[in-house]
Ligand binder design. Structure first.
Ligand code: PDD
Length: 306
């Protein structure tokens, strides 16, 4: 069974799917998206994802996208058609197809969707985060297609032997490039508040529920970089990474902006490598993270068994 795509009303083999050159997502990143995991043939937390998609649409003034019900129907139909039990569904809406001009065109939005078989990746220890300044715009709560700063940050992290970037804005450790970040101190959880400077993750929201079930105290409060040394555990959450324990935080000593904030100077083109980075934090044990991971997989097994 090939991975499948849906392009403006038609299902087709992913290899046959194309979008026109005048598609605004392609030219401007003028659109929004969601990524949903499918466990046991069931799209996980689908309603929350669709709610967020519709909020993102409203935030970029994108009218005329599908209704909540239509999205549910479409995603479920796509998953069923794929026949996959373990999959990822990616869907996006853009401001349509029109000759390139910055102003909003008077055309229908363009909807595309992809269902891919899930590729299980066993993380190879140790999992590291590279401290970087958050260079994204001021509305990262919108899940837009404009991900260049995220892409650059993640690539720098990989170049340095880390799995993710730990993005610092105004001295606060807020988020990773494609996941939310959590800190544990004295058995209590800390994650940045869902304001304009983080994406309010669906997995983050689910972990709020798991934490409550486990009786863990949770603070929606950002942790300043200067308090990193006081942290006992760090983990990431996202649809694809699930609940991922972090072993180390590294920093590139030349990377002053993570500490001081961005200056107006044009940054030098430097490739960060593992050799020019140093460890600034290391975990002992993943005590709380393991509890959350166990609860996460237990709840997914229950959903699959329903
Ligand atoms: N990214 N923060 C950012 C910047 C993200 O891109 C993501 C998810 C998250 C976690 O959100 P959620 O729990 O809803 O997946 C936080 C997806 C997986 C992606 O872009 O592929």
């Amino acid at each position: 069974m090939p991975d499948i795509a849906y392009v403006n009303g038609t299902f087709l083999d992913l290899n046959d799917a194309v979008i026109p050159i005048d598609e605004r997502g392609h030219q401007f990143g003028d659109g929004i998206y969601e990524v949903v995991r499918v466990y046991g043939g069931k799209p996980f937390l689908l309603h929350w994802h669709i709610e967020r998609l519709l909020r993102s649409a409203a935030a970029i003034r994108l009218d005329g996208a599908y209704s909540h019900e239509k999205w549910v129907e479409l995603v479920e139909q796509a998953v069923q058609q794929s026949g996959y039990a373990e999959a990822t569904v990616y869907f996006q809406v853009t401001r349509g197809i029109a000759p390139r001009a910055h102003l909003f065109p008077n055309v229908e939005p363009s909807v595309t969707l992809i269902v891919r078989a899930h590729q299980a990746k066993k993380p190879t220890a140790p999992q590291k985060l590279l401290l970087l300044p958050d260079e994204r715009w001021a509305n990262v709560y919108i899940k837009t297609l404009n991900l260049l700063p995220n892409v650059l940050a993640k690539q720098s992290a990989y170049d340095a032997g880390a799995c993710e970037a730990l993005l610092v804005r105004d001295g606060q450790m807020l988020e990773a490039s494609s996941a939310n970040v959590w800190f544990v101190k004295n058995g209590e959880l800390f994650t940045a508040p869902a304001n304009r400077y983080i994406l309010p993750g669906i997995t983050r929201r689910y972990v709020f529920e798991l934490a409550e079930k486990l009786g863990l105290t949770l603070h929606e409060q950002a942790v300043p970089l200067e308090k990193l040394h006081e942290v006992d555990e760090i983990f990431l959450t996202s649809t694809t990474a699930e609940v991922l324990a972090i072993d180390e935080v590294i920093e590139w000593p030349g990377n002053i902006p993570a500490k001081t904030g961005l200056s107006a100077d044009i940054p030098a083109n430097v490739t960060v490598t593992a050799e020019n980075c140093e460890t600034v934090w290391k975990t002992g044990e993943h005590v709380i993270v393991k509890q959350l991971q166990n609860e996460f997989y237990r709840s997914i097994n229950l959903i699959c068994a329903e």
